[in-house]
Ligand binder design. Structure first.
Ligand SMILES: [Zn+2]
Length: 197
């Protein structure tokens, strides 16, 4: 049993999110209270809670890719109110919190709201040109050796594997090949890259 820091009720572990610690690590909000806060404080609160979970809570499934590799939240942003006044309201549902330098932490200087597509393009894998990514995807599908592909494109094998698995890129490709792809023209994406290969 755990006591919720907000409603003060004792509830079983299952009533708490694993990553539901609030300002300090010893206080926890139950699912119900987290839900209420999110609804009353807006989607930015959810973003703030999840950001902190990824960086501060070793039980969080994303911790190895964030806190575990030294990505931290700046001291200012221990306060939700300060976070909100620094970053502003989320412009649209399609925007997510983006770190400009992927190896830098969460701070006013390194963060902005970006669309999912901008966010993916800024991620580690996306430092490759989109043309290269398409070639890599095809080569993986054709059964070329992963190590050889990585050497040829001068990139990490892990990048080749991620591209091959379609994990980060599925969305991008879905958008490229969907009829509404032209809406991404502003990002400079070729509308039908495969036709050009
Ligand atoms: Zn509660």
């Amino acid at each position: 049993m755990k006591t919720c820091s907000s409603c003060r009720e004792s509830k079983p572990e299952s009533s708490f999110h694993k990553s539901s610690q609030t300002n300090d690590r010893r206080t926890y909000d139950c699912r119900e209270c987290v839900g209420k806060k999110i609804r009353s404080r807006g989607p930015e609160y959810h973003t703030w809670v999840r950001m902190r979970g990824r960086c501060n809570n070793p039980n969080n499934k994303d911790y190895p890719r964030y806190g575990g590799r030294g990505i931290s939240v700046c001291d200012r942003w221990n306060s939700y109110d300060v976070f909100l006044s620094d970053i502003g309201r989320r412009p649209t549902r399609n925007h997510q919190l983006d770190r400009i330098d992927n190896d830098g932490g969460y701070s006013p200087e390194n963060c902005r709201w970006a669309t999912r597509l901008q966010n993916i393009r800024n991620s580690r894998v996306c430092r490759l040109e989109e043309r290269s990514v398409i070639c890599i995807l095809l080569m993986v599908e054709l059964g070329y050796d992963t190590k050889k592909i990585a050497e040829f494109f001068d990139t990490d094998i892990s990048n080749v594997l991620v591209i091959g698995s379609g994990k980060n890129w599925t969305d991008v490709f879905m958008r490229l090949y969907s009829p509404s792809a032209s809406s991404d023209a502003e990002h400079g994406w070729p509308i039908s890259p495969l036709n050009k290969l």
